[in-house]
Every structure is written in C-alpha cells, then in structure tokens.
Design a protein around this ligand. Sequence first.
Ligand code: GUN
Ligand code: FE
Length: 440
Amino acid sequence: MGHFRAHICHSPNRGTIERIQDALVSVDDDGSITDIRTMDESTKVPIDTVDLRGQGVLLPGFVDLHIHAPQFPQLGQALDKPLEDWLFGYTFPLEAKFADINYADEVYTALVDTLLANGTTTAVYFATTHVPASLRLAEICIDKGQRAFVGRVAMDDPDGCPDYYRDQDAATAVKDTADFIDQLRTLPGNHEGQVEPIITPRFIPACSDDALKGLGKLAAEKGVAIQTHCSESDWAHSHVLERCGVTDTSALDGFGLLTRRTVLAHSNFISDADMDLIAKRGAGVAHCPLSNIYFANSVFPLRHALEKSVHVGLGTDISGGPSASMLDSCRGAIGSSRMLEDGVDPALPANTRGRADSRIDFRDAFWLATAGGAEVMDLLVGQFTPGYQFDAILVKLPESFMVGTDETPDPDALLEKTLMLAQSHDVKATWVAGRQVYGA
Ligand code: GUN
Ligand code: FE
C-alpha cells in the first residue's frame, strides 16, 4: 500500500519507550506493517513514500476502551450528581432520544469526527438499546474508517431502568443483541471486521439475572467481545454485593461474562481475589480516571492491578469524564495515581494519608493508551511492529514549548512533553489500517 518516513516513537512494553529518529515504515494493502527500518545512506526511498519528517512525531493511535457514544451531547455537563441520580436525571432521558435515527446520525457523525481528530484510532462504544441507531454508529465508523467495537446496550430490569428506556424483558434483551450482532457483521464495506459487535449488558443493577445469563451464552455462541461496568462506585459495588451475595467480578464470571475479550469499565472497588480472577480469565479493565473523579468515590488502584497481571487500558468514559481526548485520560491517570499514592486529606498524617507505590509515570500512561488497550481487546494495533496494523497519529507541539530546551533533549523527555502538553489541535493527522482518516 505504501511507505511512511518519519520520526517514530512507541511503547511495545510497559515502562519503556522505543524510538527511531528516521524510520521507513512499509505497510501492505491490508494496512499491516510489513517492515520497519532505520534510514541510512544505503536505504532506497520508494517513490510512494509519504515523508512526515519535520511535521511532528508519529505515534501509535490511541485505543479508547470506554465511550458512551449517545452521551456526547452532554460532554462537559451534568457532573453535579452521584452516579445513580445522574443516570436517572440526565443520562437515561438523553439516551432515550436515540429512538430517533436522525438525531443519532447527527450526534454519532460529530462524535466519530471528533475522536479521529483527537487521535483515537480504536474506539470501544456503548450505544443505546435501539438497534437501528446502534447500527448507524457502526456504519459511520465504517464510512469514516475508525476501528471500533460497537455495543447495543442491554438493560431490562424494571427496578434499575426507567419504563421509557428499557428492554421489555430478558428475552428481548438477548434477542435484540443477537439481531444487532448478525446485522452488524453483514454491513457492507466492513473490511477485515474493522468494526466488531460487542455484547453490552449495561451493568448488573440494570439487568435481570436471566438477561445476564442469556448474554453470557450468546457471547460463547457467537464468539463476541463483552463490555460492562464493574464495581464503579460505592453504590454500584454494594448494590451488587447485596443482590448477588458476591462481588461484581464473581457475579459476572458466574453469568459467563468474564472472558479473554471482556472489558470491565472502572472496577475501582475490585478486591485482590477479583484481580486474580480477572487475570486468570484474561479479561481487562478500562481505567477511566477523569470520570472516576466525579462518579467513583475513589481512585482505581492501577499499579496494583498491573502488578497482579490484570490487562488494563484507558477510557475517556464520555460523558462521565469531561473530555474526548485520550491525552487528557493519560494525564488524568498519571495525576490520580499520584493522589492515590500521597493521599488527599491534609488533616491526616503523611504516613497514613495515601497508598504507597501507587504512582505511574508518562511511560506507563503512553503504553496504557496504546499497546495496553490493544492487549485488552486482543488486537494487533498500538505499536509499530511488523504484523501489526498501521494505526498512527502525527503529533506536533507548538515550537514555543521548545524554547530554552537543549537542541538534543533526552529522547524520553521529548515524549513526556508531548504527552503532558499536546492538545487536540496538535494532532495533525490520523491513519487507521494505513488509510488516512483525518488531517490535511
Ligand atoms: N454505570 C451504568 N451506566 C453508566 C454510564 O452510562 N456511565 C457510567 N460512568 N457508569 C455507568
Ligand atoms: Fe461508563
């Protein structure tokens, strides 16, 4: 398909950054990287080479593991209530509007454009209960070239959902999900399954046991990924403990919903035993640091989870988190890990205020937003390695941020600056599977 000549930087392994100052990346017609070499005098430059030198640094595109597509209209708003009141007061009324396909079309088009402009090359979406609107989101991703998982939301429990926005019963929740999967898989233009369905029980408090069981069975039958919310807040966590007598994680496992391709959003209150079970199943966590500030009542013990071999990536949780940018999620993950380590209440003595050894740094955050997220979804993206898909972004900081710095700064420090300071307008171009999907 083509070749890219650029300064590249990626993190195939957590904690380390690799870079090539002048690289030639070759990509085949399927968007797969076939070769990466360091340019020297003897390297022949193919004529169809896109030369990106001097235009910024080429990074792997971001994998956003947790997005509520229909909540985009309230992004940056409605952050004043606890989770359970927020759902009934703002979010369910908004999501119910997606019965109108024209409304869905308008919102989802703007959302996918915004995410591509922010460098999100893989998006894992919750849509709504409406099959036509959820399929429209998949069509828009196909049309615009974003790699995505799209989930039609299942929620049928009359005690946990409003009458105006819920599946009629468990059978409907499962049947509409099955129909959605079949229809998505046959959408025209979906090359190599770039857009995949994902089974999406909203969370245990909104679903009956029968629906959860049925969806677990469906996932096994159809070989589909799964996403849900797990142990997010004090309320959500204790609600499941009371109803099921076990933790969210154990209950989901019992319903057949904890698999190699399950994404558990938030998971702030998971125990060590939960972490062991998640790691054993090969499932993963979508850490959503900005949303957790508003709705979680706590900070996710990220480093502990990583040290216990749990797969983890990052999510924006639009609109629980007030940003569409994975750069903001990276900064949020770093910042909240520091707050967990030191603690936050100045009235407490320093030695009991926080939780030791909790911090992560920019290297970890970069890995989480790229290769880490890819590992959660079991996708060959998130790094520049032969056999992986060429999903990439070109990022260039304003020159003014470089004033007074060394001409040859420490290479990691350059990435640190980029990750800490870049804004969405510093993302100059985005490619998915070798195809440019954003930028001039
Ligand atoms: N738990 C159930 N639904 C939601 C949602 O839409 N957002 C968040 N943050 N948590 C949830
Ligand atoms: Fe969420």
